[in-house]
Design a protein around this ligand. Structure first.
Ligand code: MG
Ligand code: MG
Length: 252
């Protein structure tokens, strides 16, 4: 667990604001008929303009700048010229950059046109669970307070938490300690201290929590093929409470 100085958090804020601006631009382009490859090109353009490195490209061999995960895909979907968005899809877009040696990481799930009631509820509950989790980023709380906030809200709504993938600390590495499970584990978890920066990322399934990985070695899908949603923010623990570094409010 690495804590950051105020200067480091300033750089991480810059990195995450580039992520936020990019996700906002992509959000405006998400529509019926666009390919996920074209969305990836928008992310690449933003990286070139802002002189940052896309964090996922080349990460353990991942081939693109964005992770795009449609409907039953949970996370780590690969952009493709063959994959056109259709009315009624939901698409999770996960993006990260490296800027001046520090990382930003954030994700959003969007509807493509009008989506059915199951998907609407899934998006709303997942988005809200992240908000509730962020409120728990208070000095003196434990990481498990974040986990508990997500799990209790999501499960009370009759939806399931993915267990195989978790949130993480973030800084000079894309993934640092501590792990942030979206469900409560039996072991006691670390306290939140000032300067900790956390990438909190609930992944929520409409059916079972179980997932599997496709033959491409990356794309994670739900075992029952029911839809899944994913939201993520990078959040700093400060004396004044949570600071959402990847907030998109300046770009919406
Ligand atoms: Mg991410
Ligand atoms: Mg992440």
């Amino acid at each position: 667990m690495v804590v950051k100085t105020a200067d480091e958090i300033t750089i991480m804020h810059e990195a995450n604001q580039i992520v936020a601006e990019t996700l906002s631009r992509i959000t405006r382009s998400v529509d019926v008929g666009i390919t996920t490859w074209e969305l990836d090109m928008i992310a690449e353009e933003c990286c070139t303009q802002k002189k940052v490195r896309p964090a996922f490209k080349g990460y353990r061999g991942f081939p693109a700048s964005l992770c795009v995960s449609i409907n039953e895909q949970v996370v780590h979907g690969i952009p493709s010229k063959k994959c056109k968005l259709k009315k009624g899809d939901i698409i999770s877009i996960d993006f990260g950059v490296e800027h001046r040696g520090y990382f930003g990481d954030s994700a959003i799930t969007l509807p493509v046109g009008k989506v059915d009631a199951t998907k609407r509820k899934l998006l709303e509950v997942t988005r809200r669970s992240l908000e509730l989790a962020i409120e728990k980023v208070q000095i003196g709380n434990r990481i498990s307070d974040i986990s508990e906030a997500i799990q209790s809200y999501v499960e009370n709504k009759g939806l399931a938490i993915v267990r195989q993938f978790v949130g993480h600390g973030i800084g000079t590495a894309l993934h640092e300690g501590p792990e942030i499970p979206n469900f409560v584990q039996s072991e006691s978890s670390p306290r939140i201290v000032e300067g900790l920066v956390l990438a909190i990322e609930p992944m929520v399934n409409a059916g079972s929590y179980k997932v599997k990985v496709l033959k491409d070695g990356w794309t994670v899908i739900t075992a029952d093929k029911k839809p899944s949603a994913h939201f993520e923010h990078s959040v700093a623990a400060t004396a004044d409470g949570p600071l959402v570094l990847s907030s998109r409010e300046n770009f919406e």
